[in-house]
Design a protein around this ligand. Structure first.
Ligand SMILES: CC(=O)SCCNC(=O)CCNC(=O)[C@H](O)C(C)(C)COP(=O)(O)OP(=O)(O)OC[C@H]1O[C@@H](n2cnc3c(N)ncnc32)[C@H](O)[C@@H]1OP(=O)(O)O
Ligand SMILES: CC(C)C(=O)C(=O)O
Length: 480
C-alpha cells in the first residue's frame, strides 16, 4: 500500500502549560471585533477591490456595527492611499468607528502611512514584522536579536511620525507576524521590547496582535500559546491582546474562541472568512456562535442576504450553501426524521420561551429565513411540507401527510374548503400498460383520492412514478 509522505513534517512546537486555565472557562461576552476584510481579505483576492468596491464594503461593515475596521495598507499602492483619503476627506468615518491601517516596520512606508491618514480623528497604526524561525533563517537571514531590532525600529518610527499629527488620537498596534510558529518566549521578548518603546499605560493601551498567520497546530495548542504569552508578559493591563487566526487547518474560528478563553480581548477576521489561502477567521461564524448561546454578539447579522450579496460581489467568491449560519441550505431538512422532529418542536415552541427546536440551533426567522424553506421533499423524507409547481405557479402546504399537505396548499391557493373523505395509495411492482398497451416502465404507484368540496363529492385517480406524486396528481384530478 502507498502511504503519504508524512515523515516529511514535524509538529509545531508550542509551550508546555500544565496549569492551563482556559479549558475551565466559558465564553460570556463578545470580544472587541476588528474587520480586516478591506486589508487581509482584499490582499488575498485574485482581483483586488476597486476604490468604489472598497467604499461599498466599508458602508456595509459600518452598518453591521464594526467599531474598528482595518481599511488597507495605504503605503502599498496609490489605490490604497486614495481609498484612505476618500474616507477621511468625504467624512465617511463615523465618530464611533476607528480605522486601522497596516504597515511594515520600514521608515519610508510608515511615513507614507501617516501622510495617508492626515486629518483623521482617530486611527490604529498597525506595524508588523515576522518573528518565526523559518522567516528569520530563510527570508530575513537575521538572528533573533536583529529581528527584534526590526520591531523596535518600527515601533520607534510609528511613535515618532505620530508626533507630526498631534490632533489625531493614535493607537499603536504591533503584530509579531507568524506568532504561532514563533517560540512563544521569544514572541514575549519582542513584544516586550515594543512596549518598552511605546510605554503604554492602562489608560493609554497599545494593542499586541498575535497571529496564527499560518494555522499550524490544533486550537487547544494555539490557546496554550496565548495563555502562555499573557501570563508571561509584563504590564498586561496596558495592552489589549488581540488574535488574528487563519484557517489553514479549518479551525480558525475554534482557535479564536479558545484564544478568548485563554485571555484574548480582541479578534480580527473577515465576513465569511475570505482571506489568504483558506481564509481568515470568519467573524460571522464566531459572532453567530455566541448569539446561539444567548450572548449579544455586538454585531448585527439580521439581514444576511443584503450583506452576503455585497461580500460576494466585491470578492467574486460565492458562499457555500452549507456555510455556517448563512448558507442557503443550513436551515433546510431533507430527511424525514429531522422533518418530523422540527415540525413537532415548532408546534411546541412559544415565542416567549427560549428556543428549543431540534436540528435548528437558532430560529431561522432571526436572520430573515422563513420556515417554508426548512423542509424540503426528496427520497429521504416523509412528506409533510410540500411545494407543488402547477401551471407555472408554486403551491405550498403543510400537513400530517402528503395528502393533507396538498389539500392545505390547494385551499390556500383556491380559497375553496375541501375535505379528504378517504384515499388509498399502492406501490406497484409490475409495469403498467398505457392506453395503447405499451408498458410504462417507470410507472410504480397508483393512488385514489376521495374529496368533498363545495362542488360535492369527487374521486381522483392517478398513476405516477411514486406514491407521493400519484397522490398529488390524484388530488388534482379530483378537484378539476
Ligand atoms: C501576513 C500578512 O498578511 S502581512 C501583509 C502582507 N500584505 C502585503 O504585503 C500587501 C502590500 N505589500 C506590498 O505591496 C509590498 O510589500 C510593499 C509595497 C508594501 C513593499 O514592497 P517592496 O519594498 O517592493 O517589497 P517587499 O514587501 O517584498 O519587501 C522588501 C524588503 O522588506 C523586507 N520586509 C518585508 N516585510 C517587512 C516587515 N514587516 N518589516 C520590515 N521589513 C520587511 C523584506 O524582507 C525585504 O527585505 P530585503 O530587501 O532586505 O530583502
Ligand atoms: C499582519 C498580520 C497580522 C497578518 O495579517 C497575519 O499574520 O496573518
Amino acid at each position: 500500500m502507498n502511504t503519504m509522505n508524512f515523515h516529511k513534517y514535524r509538529p509545531t512546537v508550542t509551550p508546555d502549560l500544565p496549569n492551563r486555565q482556559w479549558p475551565n472557562r466559558r465564553l460570556t461576552k463578545a470580544p472587541i471585533w476588528v474587520s480586516v476584510d478591506l486589508r487581509d481579505g482584499n490582499q488575498a483576492l485574485a482581483k483586488p477591490m476597486t476604490v468604489e468596491q472598497k467604499l461599498k464594503l466599508w458602508d456595509k461593515l459600518v452598518s453591521i456595527g464594526f467599531k474598528t475596521i482595518e481599511i488597507g495598507f495605504p503605503s502599498a499602492s496609490q489605490l490604497e492611499f486614495d481609498f484612505t483619503r476618500r474616507l477621511i476627506e468625504e467624512n465617511r468615518i463615523p465618530d464611533d468607528v476607528t480605522v486601522q491601517v497596516l504597515v511594515q516596520a520600514r521608515e519610508h512606508l510608515i511615513q507614507r502611512t501617516y501622510e495617508a491618514l492626515e486629518g483623521v480623528k482617530q486611527a490604529v497604526v498597525h506595524v508588523y514584522n515576522t518573528t518565526s524561525q523559518v522567516q528569520r533563517d530563510n527570508v530575513f537571514c537575521k538572528n533573533k536579536q536583529q529581528i527584534k531590532q526590526i520591531a523596535v525600529d518600527g515601533a520607534t518610527w510609528v511613535q515618532e511620525y505620530a508626533k507630526h499629527y498631534p490632533l489625531t488620537d493614535w493607537v499603536f498596534q504591533y503584530s509579531p507576524e507568524s506568532f504561532s510558529q514563533t517560540e512563544t518566549d521569544y514572541a514575549v521578548e519582542v513584544c516586550q521590547a515594543v512596549m518598552d518603546v511605546w510605554k503604554p499605560t492602562p489608560q493609554n493601551k497599545c494593542i499586541l496582535n498575535l497571529p496564527a498567520t499560518v494555522e499550524s497546530s490544533s486550537p487547544n495548542r494555539f490557546a496554550d500559546q496565548i495563555e502562555y504569552f499573557i501570563t508571561h508578559m509584563q504590564n498586561r493591563e496596558s495592552a489589549i491582546i488581540s488574535v488574528h487566526t487563519h484557517n489553514d487547518r479549518g479551525c480558525a474560528v475554534a482557535a479564536a474562541e479558545l484564544a478568548i478563553l485563554a485571555g484574548a480581548d480582541r479578534v480580527e477576521g473577515t465576513l465569511l472568512g475570505n482571506g489568504e489561502r483558506t481564509g481568515n477567521m470568519d467573524i460571522v461564524t464566531l459572532a453567530m456562535n455566541l448569539y446561539s448561546e444567548g450572548i449579544d454578539p455586538q454585531l448585527d447579522f439580521t439581514h444576511p442576504d443584503e450583506w452576503v450579496e455585497v461580500v460576494e460581489e466585491v470578492t467574486q467568491i460565492s458562499t457555500h450553501i452549507r456555510h455556517p449560519w448563512v448558507g442557503q441550505a443550513v436551515y433546510t431538512a431533507y430527511s424525514g426524521s429531522h422533518q418530523d422532529a422540527i415540525r413537532k418542536c415548532l408546534l411546541k415552541q412559544n415565542d416567549d420561551q427560549p428556543w428549543n427546536v431540534a436540528y435548528l440551533p437558532i430560529d431561522p426567522k432571526d436572520i430573515g429565513r422563513d420556515y417554508e424553506a426548512i423542509i424540503r421533499v426528496n427520497s429521504q423524507s416523509d412528506v409533510e411540507f410540500l411545494k407543488v409547481q402547477l401551471n407555472g405557479q408554486t403551491w405550498q402546504g403543510m400537513g400530517q401527510g402528503t395528502l393533507s399537505a396538498v389539500c392545505d396548499a390547494y385551499q390556500k391557493q383556491s380559497g375553496q374548503s375541501i375535505d379528504i373523505i378517504d384515499y388509498s395509495e399502492h406501490a406497484l411492482h409490475d409495469p403498467i400498460p398505457d392506453l395503447h398497451g405499451n408498458t410504462g416502465k417507470d410507472a410504480m404507484a397508483i393512488a385514489y383520492v376521495y374529496l368533498k368540496s363545495d362542488q360535492g363529492k369527487k374521486v381522483g385517480v392517478a398513476i405516477a412514478q411514486d406514491t407521493v406524486s400519484a397522490m398529488i396528481l390524484a388530488f388534482f384530478n379530483a378537484t378539476i
